[in-house]
Design a protein around this ligand. Structure first.
Ligand SMILES: *Cc1c(COP(=O)(O)O)cnc(C)c1O
Length: 444
């Protein structure tokens, strides 16, 4: 059976997961077995391939020192090391190679892109985003509107779910763009919402935003490497992402951005740095900036070869398994399996019931991620009941003691993600079984 059909076998066996012992899973009967890692939405694990490539860069540094910029024992001279990453990154996000660049960090890239693409006028100055966006994005939006002399309360429109709901309805988002689009400068949602795991209909939101003359950007922190993307064909203006979540580049890894090629003439880097200068003359140190056309002209600094190497290792694994289509296919199966195991739990409360009867104080959990597989990536977000109690924290601690790693979001949510590259059906079974046990401990 192929790894896409045999769900017990990882799609790639290149990843190295911590053991139960490593993560404090002292109650697990097999301390040396791999832990149940359901946290790829937060930080992907190390792969052998990333480890090897980072070692090669250390070796290049040791043996070539500064010469490594031009002459490299593994044929990745540092001045051109990103050439190895860009084609793969472009494939992951559905872009042309010249439309992407790996550089910087997500929040910095978001500011950079907003400097070029958020150009408010007295009649069109608003930013449309989802309510409760990731805090860094909220801070970036607020500081950008302030920079232009607007008050966040006037300039930022947040779309909230309807009363008693957790997701945004597509029709509600499109409707707001229809009604208010003439005053909106920038529509910027996350591709996959970090808290609820909702996958937004990126193609239709982008299309609607464009039809009203708005710029449309995306924060793909939770989308890249998780769901298939077609940034070029969707006619997205720009996108930014980090690579340490689904793309497994390691803590604080190098980030990325996309700029549609149609902007090449009009949008030039406004915060230029030497690394965005044409490579052919960069080291002649000319006084005037001559940018590389497209996204790569937005580079500012000499990027870290070590973080590029670790990202490259993971991207090579994506390539070896056939890129996003098989990854998505397997992800749908695994997340569907985790969902059905969880729904069999004695403690599972259907969402409608949780909303209505929460006050009855029943111990349990519901799932706030959309149940429609087309409206989510690999993550499921569990909301613990009764809300505002200690249940979530206690269950989380208990899960850790069995070697189950998810991540908690205060006050009541635990996110569990069977990441398709290294996750398996066993992780889904164990995650659900240990969750049951954790609840039983709460009742004891
Ligand atoms: C993870 C995440 C970030 C993190 O930003 P960094 O600049 O990489 O620290 C920002 N925004 C969203 C939506 C995220 O999910």
């Amino acid at each position: 059976m192929s790894p896409t059909t045999d769900l017990y076998k990882p799609l790639s066996d290149d990843f190295i997961l911590p053991s139960n012992r490593d993560v404090g899973g002292e109650k697990h009967s097999d301390p040396d077995a791999s832990c149940t890692y359901l946290c790829g939405n937060s930080l992907g694990p190390l792969s052998k391939s990333s480890e090897r490539l980072v070692h090669e860069e250390l070796d290049a540094w040791r043996h070539r020192a500064v010469e490594g910029h031009f002459s490299h024992p593994y044929n990745r001279p540092w001045t051109k090391i990103t050439d190895h990453v860009h084609p793969l990154l472009a494939e992951v996000v559905g872009a042309k190679e010249k439309e992407v660049v790996c550089m910087g960090t997500l929040t910095t890239n978001l500011h950079l892109m907003m400097t070029s693409f958020y150009t408010p006028t007295p009649n069109r100055f608003k930013i449309l985003c989802e309510a409760k966006a990731f805090p860094s994005d909220q801070y970036a939006f607020a500081s950008q509107v302030l920079l232009h002399g607007y008050a966040p309360a006037d300039a930022i429109i947040e779309v909230s779910p309807r009363e008693g709901e957790f997701h945004l309805r597509e029709e509600d988002i499109l409707d707001i763009i229809d009604r208010e689009g003439d005053t909106i400068a920038l529509v910027l949602f996350s591709g996959v919402q970090y808290y609820t795991g909702q996958l937004f209909p990126m193609a239709s939101i982008t299309e609607k935003a464009k039809s009203k003359g708005c710029i449309c950007g995306w924060d793909l922190a939770h989308g890249v490497g998780n769901v298939p993307l077609s940034l070029h064909d969707w006619d997205v203006d720009f996108a930014v992402w980090c690579t340490y979540k689904y793309l497994n580049s390691g803590p604080g890894g190098i980030a990325g951005l996309f700029i549609h090629e149609k902007w090449n003439d009009e949008k030039k880097p406004m915060q230029a740095g030497w690394w965005g200068h044409e490579l052919s003359t960069r080291f002649a140190m000319p006084p005037t900036f001559q940018p590389i056309p497209g996204a790569q002209g937005f580079q500012q600094s000499n990027p870290s070869a070590l973080t590029i190497a670790s990202l490259l290792g993971s991207l090579q694994i994506y390539k070896s398994v056939g890129m996003m289509q098989p990854v998505r296919e397997r992800s749908l199966k695994l997340t569907g399996a985790l969902e059905s195991f969880l729904k069999k739990s004695r403690y599972f409360v259907p969402l409608e019931q949780a909303i209505k009867h929460d006050s009855q104080g029943r111990l349990g959990f519901t799932i706030i991620t959309p149940s429609d597989p087309n409206m989510r990536g690999s993550q499921l977000s569990l909301l613990f009941l009764p809300q505002g109690s200690e249940v979530m924290r206690n269950v989380f601690k208990s899960l850790n003691s069995y070697g189950v790693i998810g991540d908690k979001r205060e006050p009541d949510v635990i996110r569990l993600t069977p990441a398709p590259l290294y996750g398996s059906l066993k992780d889904c079974e164990e995650g659900a079984a240990w969750l049951e046990k954790a609840f039983e401990e709460q009742e004891a």
